[in-house]
Design a protein around this ligand. Structure first.
Ligand SMILES: C[S@@+](CC[C@H](N)C(=O)[O-])C[C@H]1O[C@@H](n2cnc3c(N)ncnc32)[C@H](O)[C@@H]1O
Length: 285
């Protein structure tokens, strides 16, 4: 298995450690606190719908995934690659809803392990295969009808290598559905720093640059929808709701976890508020 890597006692590969400056990715075991608050024990069987309020690390949760499913028209047995699958929320939801087979590729070992455990507890391990690895390793070839990727590509500045790896993983005629950030205008030094440290974005493309990278990798029929306004509202209300529930959240988790998430939600809401990032939905064939 080319993607399997070994990692240290702290569950974090040295080369992946900087990802943890983005506080969404610290304490990823916190989903177990939410389940405990619902009275669900650590070994209990789970349903996908019990997890979806907590396991979707993108905007608008399963509504966004449903929107993708309308486009993708997956069938039982369709083969899907989820690039940057996080703790497995979209992959489990799609497998349960469509019967498709998903390879859930996740870079960070701690997220991968939580994902695998939750999938097993949902009884979905035969349809969701969790793989810990880096899409840039380029080890996948022409196996997939569909690639999905929700808010992962923003972490990968080398778009030439990324899209070449995606193109190689798709069967001829396959389709790729992406949710991603774009760069709507030149950024100040403070904005560049906030993006790179708090959101792990080392560089975002403008719209024309995005289209040119896709074309160079061999993608055609590209449709790109700007969803910045909706994502600006979403990130602002996510922060407001999180702050309104601060006392409850500290009771369920602990203060350090709540402060980390507050820091992350606050940084992203501010960047959208200031017009420093845009939201893009892209379909390419
Ligand atoms: C914001 S999360 C979204 C997770 C998931 N797509 C979801 O919507 O719930 C982005 C994920 O992409 C992963 N990621 C970043 N770079 C990656 C790479 N080069 N290869 C595989 N996964 C990557 C991160 O570790 C993170 O878990």
């Amino acid at each position: 298995m080319p993607f399997i890597k070994s990692y240290g006692d702290n569950g974090v590969l040295e080369r992946d450690a900087p990802m943890k400056s983005m506080k969404l990715y610290t304490n990823v075991q916190r989903i177990h606190n939410e389940l405990a608050a619902l009275g669900i024990g650590p070994d209990a069987a789970l349903r996908v719908d019990q997890l979806t309020p907590f396991d979707q690390y993108h905007y608008f949760g399963t509504d966004a995934v449903d929107e993708a499913l309308v486009v993708l028209q997956l069938q039982p047995g369709s083969r899907v690659l989820d690039v940057g699958s996080g703790i497995g929320g979209p992959a489990r939801y799609i497998a349960a809803k469509t019967g498709a087979h998903i390879t859930a590729l996740e870079l960070q070992p701690d997220l991968h392990e939580v994902a695998r455990e939750l999938t097993a507890r949902c009884g979905l391990s035969s349809r969701v295969e969790h793989v810990c690895g880096n899409i840039l390793d380029g080890a996948l070839t022409e196996s997939y009808d569909v690639i999905i990727s929700f808010l992962c590509f923003l972490h990968i500045p080398d778009r030439a290598k990324l899209f070449a790896a995606c193109r190689a993983a798709l069967k001829p005629g396959g389709v790729m559905y992406i949710e991603d950030f774009g760069k709507p205008r030149p950024l100040s030094a403070d904005e560049v720093r906030a993006l790179s440290v708090k959101v792990q974005c080392a560089g975002l493309p403008g719209r024309a640059e995005y289209e040119s990278h896709l074309a160079t990798a061999g993608f055609a029929d590209v449709s790109m929808t700007d969803v910045t306004a909706a994502w600006k509202d979403f990130t602002a209300s996510r922060l407001a709701m999180f702050r309104a529930a601060r006392a409850r959240n500290i009771e369920v988790h602990r203060q350090e976890i709540v402060d980390d998430l507050d820091d992350f939600y606050g940084a992203v809401a501010q960047l959208f508020q200031d017009g420093a990032i845009s939201g893009l939905k892209i379909i390419a064939r």
